[in-house]
Design a protein around this ligand. Structure first.
Ligand code: PMP
Length: 283
């Protein structure tokens, strides 16, 4: 059953209320994480906690929770929900301040956690069609902030034009998807843009790189030009809620034969094996 935690209270998500003065609501002044849960176990938990702490430090949200306390809270949330395959949403905002000011108030942060069931079926890995769009977002995409209006605009523009999603381009180079990182395969080499302030340092991205190298694939963390993307043999999007999603078309041009490619299948099976290993190690 979906469960929510708000500042010490456990409730149902639909019954959970925040103040209109919450800085997350008024200013988008907050950071967040989305974590996958497989068979009741949180995948890559330590990496998500570390990134949350980095995001909070970057925007100077002060929170006294230690990594161990985050872990305990998130594990309790999963166990209360009783969900096996789920997504955890964790949001920390600067807190509640009735004076509307750009100056950071000194207040306790708002901590929200929800756990909801995730659905990975066959359809979840059907190749999607994307378009390339100018990345007009701010230049701190490396901080996981709750203000996602630009990402939403880009995704919805792409959908209005008949695509499933957009891959974002800055100065002729791929940055990321609207809610994912981007990989391209060309001549059996796996490419992904290097970490920078323009894109989120995705945890699935790190996992995929590690798994690909571990399985003997050459991986280049180098800039991908838009023209290169359109010539690629395979294109994938990665995110905690997506795993590894194949792209079948970029701006109407079929990628490979339009189906998930050979290397996608290889890494996808390593990914599944890794999840099983994590589950078995803990159990
Ligand atoms: N980039 C953006 C803009 C995202 O929203 C996400 C998903 N949260 C990602 C990349 C992928 O990050 P992760 O693999 O850590 O979920």
């Amino acid at each position: 059953m979906p469960v929510a935690y708000l500042n010490g209270q456990w409730t149902r998500p639909e019954d959970t209320k925040i103040s209109v003065f919450d800085r997350g609501f008024m200013f988008g002044d907050g950071v967040y994480e989305v974590m996958p849960v497989y068979k009741g176990h949180i995948f890559t938990l330590a990496q998500h906690i570390a990134r949350l702490q980095r995001s909070m430090a970057e925007v100077r949200i002060q929170c006294s929770m230690t990594a161990q306390e985050w872990q305990a809270l998130l594990e309790e949330a999963v166990s209360r929900s009783n969900e096996q395959d789920a997504l955890i949403y964790l949001q920390v905002t600067r807190g509640i301040a009735s004076e509307r000011s750009h100056v950071y108030p000194v207040v306790a942060p708002t901590i929200l956690v929800t756990v909801t069931a995730s659905q990975f079926d066959e359809d979840a890995f059907k190749p999607i069609s994307v378009t390339c769009k100018a990345d007009f977002r701010w230049s701190r995409g490396d901080i996981k902030v709750v203000s996602l209006i630009a990402n939403g605009m880009l995704k919805n523009e792409a959908m209005d034009e008949g695509f499933d999603d957009a891959i974002l381009i800055r100065n002729g180079m791929v940055t990321e998807g609207t809610s994912s990182n981007v990989f391209a395969v060309k001549d059996s080499v796996l490419w992904t843009p290097p970490k920078s302030e323009y894109l989120l340092h995705g945890i699935t991205r790190d996992q995929v790189i590690q798994m690909a190298r571990g399985s003997g694939l050459e991986v280049r963390e180098e800039n991908i030009q838009e023209a290169f993307l359109k010539q690629a043999d395979e294109v994938w999007l990665t995110a905690s809620g997506l795993e590894l999603l194949p792209v079948g078309k970029v701006d109407g041009k079929t990628v490979g034969n339009g189906e998930a490619g050979l290397i996608w299948h290889r890494i996808k099976s390593v990914f599944q094996a890794e999840i099983l290993k994590v589950i078995e190690k803990i159990d």
